[in-house]
Design a protein around this ligand. Sequence first.
Ligand SMILES: [Zn+2]
Length: 212
Amino acid sequence: MKKGKRPQGPTLDFPPPPLSGKDLEAIMNHTAANIRLLGEDTTREGLKDTPRRVAKAMQFLTSGYRTDVDQIIGKALFKAESSDLVIVRDIELFSMCEHHMLPFWGKAHVAYIPNGKIIGLSKIPRIVDAFARRLQVQERLTAQISETLMERLGAMGVAVIIEAVHLCMMMRGVEKQNSYTITSSMLGVFRTDATTRKELLHLLGGLGSVKR
Ligand SMILES: [Zn+2]
């Protein structure tokens, strides 16, 4: 993987350059080889087109590497009229664990307390997607979202809570169907002030929405 130019901000990885036709073709060839190694026949009807479909799917599922968070935010930063708590809850989230390349999915709840600046609300789910569409661990995903918002908004505090279920735990390994993982990243006043944290959890009305 060639290293791209490091974008502004400490929370972004080095994104690889956009997938070229050549990259996609290489992924198709590797996928076909994998399918053959697993004992299947890549020429049969149902599998004939699978390498191409997998390459396309992987391109989409990792498109976060090629997404510029600052471009998402664009001009959608506005002057804040107050410093009251803002929460966007139950943001659908789909990602892939970096250990098994299997999906994990759930809900993200994002809160912040403005300090002069607010962000267009629709931008928050798009920032979640930009970091979710990569090979991830839930802990890092949570921190990347909160750190990005903290940095770009200069907020008094940012809180991100993610509840997710992991296919690699459900379908293999410990084979647990009913457990889910909660991660949180609290910055600024959410970290230092217990009352603010309590207000957030009260407004969220408890967790477990991934199971509802
Ligand atoms: Zn995993």
